[in-house]
Design a protein around this ligand. Structure first.
Ligand code: XMP
Length: 508
């Protein structure tokens, strides 16, 4: 049995990011709703420490989510983050009030590095702040161990009771030393031993899948991308003989990709089914220009094909998908805004004919999925592939999708990828986009009026944020010249130099 850290969620955006940081520190964690969990349940979990997440509420308002105040008397170490810190202070006798103007973004802090939280760090630190309330009176027995210009209680502690709070977010990359701070809490306060690693994660995920699926059969939507390939490897270990992998060629794949995926999976120890469904996807997408509509149509069409195929197989009750955490976050939900409905989350129809969905990777981030894939023995070729979205080139053709536009894009995209892979330039994702803009050109003595191709190449590790890749002009020049010379219908090439945020990686 691994040591466990309990993460109590109060509606913060970053709860899975906290869980991920705890995993990075080799400690197992579970996330539970903070306002409904009982003290008895907490005792049963027997955590070595509790982390309270942030959240959008004000703790002094009557309807705000709160945990039982007894949580702070259990003798279990607590680290409150943002709202969690305010909740901790308020629950044990402190005061919280609105701060003038709030405090947002990367903020300079002076920390007291004699506190265990900041051990090994210098006294000048940067923390990501995002709050409109703050602790204005410390509870008895607490002291402040970090401050910013506007926030005198940026971190608080009561070491004898092992209660700690930070107003900033140590879990995000914008707090550069956030992980060491979390590690200090886990190892210096909670007595963590670091008994959790990828092997445990694999075992845990396999066990969860087995419990969910029982002796039923599972149909996995396999695109050949990293996430669904890792999902296939995991499920083939968890429920061997009960897994069917279906690859739907929706006509929105990159050049030669359909055949490559078939080639890669055909000879493996799993039941591989390929369905050629170009006509029905293009018919369903005909005349549609709105990106969210396209995604929903594709999500629904995928499921219809899955259902049809499932009927031909014995005892298929579950649909499995390689959904990962960033897909879930961006698709929004009751509390969060929808950035785009990833086809496998927001795009699923409500009347699906499966008994349940199996998504073992749902709380993992891309780099964790790759590490898990390597451990499961997948060849580097799969694990290191750049991501390709489930809706395929549909999110890279702006405006209406037609076969003609798709063919132009496929050729241009293949040239860009080929040329970039020949250089020393390293990008985590790179592709071409067919914009809906046509422009005038001159070829020989003739006027042309062809599509503009946009090139996109980004550096990122979590795909939640990115910077554009600095590609030398001579490489861009060569790609541009090849595209306009070799691809009929492509008349101009531009390079996208926007980061995420404010843009996203894909154009749709
Ligand atoms: P964005 O465009 O949101 O993309 O910055 C982040 C990462 O997710 C991929 N992506 C998707 N993957 N289904 C997927 O499986 C989708 O609907 C989808 N939309 C975007 C995108 O390629 C990038 O790696």
């Amino acid at each position: 049995m691994n040591q466990t850290v309990l993460i109590l969620d109060f509606g913060g955006q970053y709860k899975e990011l906290i869980a991920r940081r705890v995993r990075e520190c080799k400690v197992y964690s579970v996330v539970k709703p903070g306002d409904t969990i009982s003290v008895d349940e907490i005792k049963k979990i027997n955590p070595i420490g509790i982390i309270l997440t942030g959240g959008p509420n004000s703790v002094y308002l009557p309807d705000s989510p709160r945990c039982d105040k007894e949580v702070f008397n259990l003798g279990i170490p607590v680290l409150g983050i943002c709202y969690g810190s305010q909740l901790l202070a308020w629950s044990v006798g402190g005061e919280v009030a609105p701060c003038a103007g709030g405090e947002y973004g990367k903020t300079k802090m002076i920390v007291d590095n004699s506190s265990v939280l900041f051990e090994g760090l210098t006294s000048e630190q940067v923390g990501l702040m995002s709050h409109t309330d703050q602790i204005v009176k410390l509870p008895d027995g607490f002291s402040s161990v970090a401050k910013t210009i506007d926030c005198p209680n940026a971190a608080i502690q009561n070491p004898s009771k092992r209660l700690y709070g930070v107003q900033f977010h140590p879990e995000v990359e914008s707090t550069p030393n956030g992980t060491p701070m979390i590690r200090n809490f886990l190892y210096g306060v909670c007595g963590a031993k670091g008994d959790y690693d990828l092997k445990n994660l694999e075992k845990e995920l396999i066990e969860k899948c087995r419990n969910q699926v029982g002796d039923a059969h599972v149909l996995l939507g396999l695109s050949g991308g990293v996430d669904s390939s890792v999902c296939a490897a995991l499920l083939s270990k968890a429920v061997p003989g009960q897994l069917h992998c279906i690859f739907v060629d929706h006509g929105l794949m990159r050049k030669n990709e359909g055949d490559e995926v078939e080639e890669a999976f055909k000879g493996r120890d799993l039941h591989f089914i390929r369905v050629n469904a170009e006509d029905r996807f293009l018919a369903a997408l005909s005349g549609v220009t709105d990106p969210e509509k396209k995604r929903k149509i594709i999500g629904a069409e995928f499921v219809r094909v899955f259902e049809e195929e499932a009927r031909k197989l014995p005892n298929v009750k579950f649909l499995a998908q390689g959904t990962i955490y960033p897909d879930v976050i961006e698709s929004g939900g009751s509390k969060a805004a929808t950035i785009k409905s990833h086809h496998n989350v927001g795009g699923l129809p409500e009347d699906m004919k499966f008994e349940g969905i199996v998504e073992p990777l749902r709380s993992l981030f891309k780099d964790e999925v790759r590490a898990l894939g390597k451990q499961l023995g997948l060849p580097a070729k799969f694990v290191c592939r750049q991501p390709f979205p489930g809706p395929g080139l549909a999110v890279r053709v702006i405006g209406e999708i037609t076969k003609e536009k798709l063919d132009i894009l496929r050729e241009a995209d293949a040239i860009f990828r080929e040329e970039l892979e020949r250089t020393r330039v390293r990008a985590d994702q790179y592709f071409a986009v067919l914009t809906d803009t046509r422009s005038v050109g001159v070829v020989g003595d003739f006027r042309t009026y062809d599509y503009t191709i946009a090139l996109r190449a980004v550096k990122t590790s979590d795909f939640m944020t990115c910077e554009f890749t600095q590609i030398p002009y001579r490489v861009l020049g060569r790609v541009s010249s090849r595209i306009v010379n070799e691809v009929k219908g492509a008349g101009r090439v531009v390079y996208d130099i926007t980061g995420k945020p404010p843009a996203t990686i894909e154009w749709c």
